[in-house]
Structures are given as C-alpha cells and as structure tokens.
Design a protein around this ligand. Structure first.
Ligand code: NIG
Ligand code: FE
Length: 416
C-alpha cells in the first residue's frame, strides 16, 4: 500500500528526542509512505515513491497530515465499577487523597474489580480501548492495580492479554499491585510491601511465561505518595522487581515531592510519571538519566488543579519528555491523546511539534517500544494516522473534536 500526496508527512525519525531536541518532526512535504503486511518499506517524497513502487495500491492523502499513531504510555484503562459520585464530591470540596483515605477513590474501584469475572473486566474495558483507538492511539500501556491481591491482579493481566489478542489496539502491560494499601493491610502497610516482595512478585515471575510466552516481562510500577507507598516502600519494591528482572516505572510527585523521580533514575526505571511537584534537584537527576519523564496533563485538569508538570525545566535538564492520558476512573477519564496534547501546549508551554514528539516516539520509549513504533521509518510497524487537516499544528490548537480520519494498525486500515 502506498499512501501518497500527504500535505505533511511527519516521520519522527531518528529515535527518542532528549531535552530541547524535542520537536523534530522530520516533515516531508507532499510525502508518501509504503508498507506491506505489517511493516513500513519506505518513506519519502511522493514523486520518488510513486516511481519506485509503480504497481502499489494507492491511498490519496492530499490535504492531510500523515503521522505515526499515538503511543499512550500511562493508562489505568482496565477497571470495573463507577466513580461519578466521587467526581461530584470533589466538586463540593473533598480532595482526591481525602476520599482515598476514607476508603473510597482507588479502593472503591478495587472493591468492584475484586468481585468481577474475567469476562466482566473485558466487557467494561473493551469500549474504552476502542475509544482510544478511534482517537488515534495505536499502542497503549495499561496497568493493573485494582485487585491489590495476587489472584485479582493476575486476572486483570489475563484480561489485558486477551484484549490485546483481540486488537486492534496493541497493549503494553504493567503490574501495579502497589497502587494503594489494600484495606486488609491498612494497619500494617509494611507487611503488604513484604508480601509483594517475597510472594506476589515471585508468583508473577512464575506466572508470566506460562500465560504470555510471546511478551517481555511486564513493568512493575508503584504509586509513591503520602497515603499510598512511601519512598522507602517504593525503593524496596522497585529494587526487588529489578532484582527479579522486571523493568520498572513509578508514579512520582503527583501531589507531594517524595523523591520518587530520583529513585527512578537510581533504579534505572523506564519512566517516572506525573512529576507535578518534583523538585529542581530531582529534575536535574532525572534529566541526566535515561528514565523518561511522563507528563499527564489530563490529571491536574481532571482534578481542577492549577499546577502542571514543569516541562521547560525537564527540557532544560536534558530529560526525555513524554505525554500520556493517565486514563483512569478517578482523576482523568480521558481516552484521547489529542486532548492531552492540547493541554500540554497550553499549560506546559509545549509547541505542537514538541507535544507530538512527546506523544509518539518519546512515549514509545517510555514503554520500551521505540524500536518498533512511534515513528515512520523503514522496518518499523505500519501504525499510522491520516488526519483530516493539512497542517500538524491543528493538533494542540483544536480540542474536543477528533482530527483523526483513518487509523492504520499493523498495516490494516480502519476508517474512523
Ligand atoms: O495516576 N495516582 C494514582 N493512580 C491514578 C488514579 C487512579 C484512580 O483514581 O483510580 C493516577 O492518577
Ligand atoms: Fe496513573
């Protein structure tokens, strides 16, 4: 298949973009891309590719932007139950962490998810994955974290593996058994950390190759925050995960600066996520590391808060900045990376070009998939979007509508 005559073809070629290098779109005016089966064969000017591939079936992209599919590197897309009442409580003045401390919030979703069958988990999650796909996300990381006990966390992983097999949205997997202190460990959180380190992570290590033989080990993530897991808890969990061979991630500084970003750099985590209250020291440490800084602007927006991830400081420090939605039932029910980009432009002061790079090649790096997705280059997976606009800056500029006209996933064409 040859997609040709794109007003702007954004390749994002050349790998993850560090610091102020962010925003290299690799634009080819009047561009074209050729793919066969699941793989990109060539990218270049239309005239050249038409000549090189004269008999290829064609798709005309005149007056359209063609670009890589979005990679959403941080979601909690799988859950069961409803939290609309909690949204109203927050509007009336209760804080997110107060609601959690009173046994609601994450724990109310845990309650609903623990009793749900595999089929129910899949049925509630499937439409959200389709929404993401129709908004142009072709690959998304999804976290467990609403079971907080081995059997339910593994059932969530099983549901995610089955949903991934259904497609078309391709998933990356993260084990977030340390999302909240389970109610049964309320008085003894240290014990839950012991159980995670000594029992649950080894169970996962044993379980994974039997249930997911074709996939790398999942990431192990922790919510490092007062009222959830302390910095010491997080260090123990992530060190143990690393020792067992798991790649790691961390939720750091969403509400308070506990030092999670520096911990991620120390451990060599794939990413540190949220980073709203991160100190300049932590940002400096993170910027020197290969840990990707994942900003989630839908979250402060969803919580009506005014502070966003300090993107300029992260870029000044040389960090690898990525964007995600954080799709979850508590702080940010947003399936749309285009909205995350629109917020990042306004509140993190990114240009559309920077936000697009953060939402494609850099977000692929945050989930260790940058060798396969996140850019349009020969040999990479044919995951791409045709937008119904001619100028990429409409991403960021516009919000609330869907600019995606066609999604191509692994070489298959899906009209939106
Ligand atoms: O990233 N902060 C922790 N986890 C999610 C919220 C999950 C929930 O409220 O259910 C987040 O914001
Ligand atoms: Fe999260």
């Amino acid at each position: 298949m040859l997609i040709h005559s794109a007003s702007q073809l954004l390749t994002l070629a050349g790998g993850p973009q560090r610091g102020h290098d962010l925003g290299r779109l690799g634009i080819i005016p009047n561009g074209a891309v050729v793919f066969r089966d699941q793989t990109i064969l060539a990218v270049g000017p239309t005239a050249e590719l038409r000549q090189a591939y004269p008999n290829e079936p064609c798709l005309d992209a005149s007056d359209k932007v063609v670009m890589p599919g979005f990679v959403d590197p941080h979601t909690h897309a799988i859950w069961v139950g409803d939290r609309a009442a909690e949204f109203e409580m927050r509007l009336q003045g209760k804080s997110y962490m107060e609601i959690l401390a009173a046994g609601g919030g994450i724990l109310s979703t845990v309650h609903a998810t623990r009793t749900a069958s595999l089929g129910k988990m899949m049925a509630e999650t499937r439409p959200r994955l389709w929404n993401m796909f129709n908004f142009g996300t072709t690959t998304a990381e999804v976290k467990t974290g609403y079971g907080l006990r081995a059997a339910v966390e593994l059932r969530m992983l099983q549901a995610l593996l089955a949903l991934n097999a259904e497609g078309p949205l391709e998933l990356g997997f993260t084990f977030l058994g340390a999302h909240a202190i389970p109610p049964e460990y309320n008085q003894c959180p240290d014990e839950y950390v012991d159980v995670m380190c000594e029992t649950i992570l080894p169970i996962l290590l044993e379980w994974w190759p039997h249930h997911a033989p074709d996939f790398h080990l999942p990431f192990v993530d922790v919510f490092c925050e007062r009222g959830a897991f302390s910095l010491e808890h997080s260090r123990r969990l992530l060190s143990r995960a690393k020792e067992l061979g798991f790649p790691t991630k961390i939720h750091a500084d969403e509400f308070e600066n506990l030092g999670g970003a520096s911990l991620a750099a120390e451990i060599g985590s794939a990413s540190a996520d949220h980073l709203v209250k991160t100190s300049i020291e932590d940002i400096t440490t993170l910027g020197k590391s290969n840990t990707v800084a994942v900003a989630l602007p839908c979250t402060p927006f969803g919580l009506s808060e005014h502070l966003y991830t300090p993107a300029q400081a992260i870029l000044d420090a040389g960090g690898i900045l990525a964007l995600a939605t954080d799709l979850n039932p508590g702080t940010a029910w947003c399936e749309n990376m285009q909205f995350s980009i629109a917020l990042a432009c306004r509140y993190m002061r990114l240009t559309p070009a920077q936000a697009i790079a953060a939402a494609t090649i850099n977000s692929a790096q945050a989930i260790h998939m940058a060798d396969r997705v996140g850019s349009l280059e020969p040999g990479k997976q044919a995951d791409l979007l045709m937008l119904h606009v001619a100028d990429y800056r409409h991403l960021g500029y516009r919000f609330g509508s869907n600019l995606v006209q066609t999604v191509v996933k692994k070489g298959r064409i899906y009209p939106v």
